[in-house]
Design a protein around this ligand. Structure first.
Ligand SMILES: [Zn+2]
Length: 62
């Protein structure tokens, strides 16, 4: 499995506040609680393989 945070793309393996989380059959690792919270608001966006959609969402949040 990838050790990248699905929300921000940081290497969550080395993040001090990394959080393991299971969504259905997927095991995810977030770099921080902040990213987990974002994921929980838009799980379908981050579970899709469409990276472009994630980028658009992050841009509109800024
Ligand atoms: Zn993150």
């Amino acid at each position: 499995m990838a050790d990248k945070c699905p929300v921000c793309g940081e290497n969550s393996r080395e993040a001090p506040g990394a959080i393991d989380f299971s969504q259905g059959e997927k095991k995810l690792r977030f770099c921080s609680l902040t990213c987990l919270r974002i994921f929980q608001q838009f799980p379908e966006v981050y579970l899709s393989e469409n990276i472009d959609e994630v980028d658009i969402l992050e841009d509109s949040r800024a």
